[in-house]
Design a protein around this ligand. Structure first.
Ligand code: DHK
Length: 147
């Protein structure tokens, strides 16, 4: 069975109460549930992991090899800084779709560059929590050879 990992970085455990004008009212569980529902619609499964720690996220990406077919990843602030996460994504043979809830291109200039985008399959940016569903759909349909 196809397996997805939905991986979330720092401060995303606070979704729902964190800057709701930027990130909305939805919680991390809502985001994970969207991916799980999308996976089920495609007879696939999804697991979720969130960490506030860069090394834990590196470990999760390394451990995904051979266990997951794709990763939906919101690296949060590490998007803009992390060579370690970029190298981890490059090191594994697992496609990663980068997700941002907010439209980072409308925000501070330091959010407008992603260290990770060049090594990801694609990005979904600025569409709120539905971006997690769209990222899952893109991966699942690519596995099915439909897109
Ligand atoms: C989430 C964060 O925590 C920020 O550090 C990023 C991203 C944007 C998001 O929109 O999901 O800059």
């Amino acid at each position: 069975m196809t397996r997805l990992l939905v991986l979330n970085g720092p401060n995303l455990n606070l979704l729902g109460k964190r800057e709701p004008g930027i990130y909305g009212q939805g919680t991390l569980k809502d985001a994970v549930d969207l991916v799980k529902e999308t996976a089920e619609e495609h007879e696939a499964e999804a697991d979720a992991y969130q960490s506030n720690h860069e090394g834990d996220l590196v470990d999760a990406i390394q451990q995904a090899e051979g266990k997951y077919d794709g990763i939906i990843f919101n690296p949060a602030a590490y998007t803009h800084t992390s060579i370690a996460l970029r190298d981890a994504i490059s090191a594994v043979d697992v496609p990663v779709v980068e997700v941002h809830i907010s439209n980072v291109h409308q925000r501070e200039s330091f959010r407008q560059h992603s260290m990770l985008a060049p090594v990801c399959k694609g990005q979904v940016v600025g569409l709120g929590l539905i971006g997690y569903r769209l990222a899952a759909l893109a991966l699942l349909e690519s596995f099915e050879g439909r897109r």
